[in-house]
Design a protein around this ligand. Structure first.
Ligand SMILES: [Fe+2]
Ligand SMILES: [Fe+2]
Length: 158
């Protein structure tokens, strides 16, 4: 389906595009740095989804609504643990696993919120649905990290 974006939609989608790019970088970087292999797997699986999100946003920006039929729901559970895509950009900060979890959880929370804002500005139902699908996956990413943290005593639910 072809769509014509309003100026506001385009600006918001450009923002989402840069958010997705940052998420891809963060997950690649953190997957390479995580000490625990279970956490590496979660970071790699989430990062893979972020690449799909970026592709979808690029499609929307080019005027096409992407097909969201490939329900890859339990993304984080099992995916290849090989972290070949290590964009080894040296960071000054020396983060441990818990720090990386907290940081990425904050990023997911933020990105989910900005998807919400974007969805409310969209003219087409199909576009809203596509973005809603992505937003749900962001929440799943947050859930995977939350549950990991909880299981390791990094996140205390009171
Ligand atoms: Fe994403
Ligand atoms: Fe995400």
């Amino acid at each position: 389906m072809q769509i014509t974006l309003s100026e506001k939609e385009r600006l918001l989608l450009e923002d989402q595009k840069s958010h997705e790019q940052i998420c891809i970088e963060k997950y690649a970087n953190y997957a390479s740095k995580a000490k625990d292999s279970q956490l590496k797997d979660i970071f790699n699986a989430n990062g893979k989804d972020e690449q799909t999100h970026l592709d979808s946003i690029n499609q929307l920006l080019s005027g096409t609504v992407p097909q969201m039929n490939q329900q890859q729901n339990q993304s984080s559970a099992q995916t290849a643990g090989s972290n070949t895509s290590t964009s080894s950009t040296a960071t000054a900060l020396d983060l441990n696993d818990a720090d990386m979890c907290s940081d990425i959880l904050m990023a997911e929370k933020y990105v989910s919120g900005t998807y919400d804002t974007t969805i409310f500005e969209c003219k087409d139902t199909e576009v809203r649905d596509a973005l809603n699908h992505i937003q749900k996956e962001e929440q799943k990413h947050g859930e995977a990290v939350f549950k990991y943290m909880q299981s390791k005593g990094m996140y205390n639910v009171k």
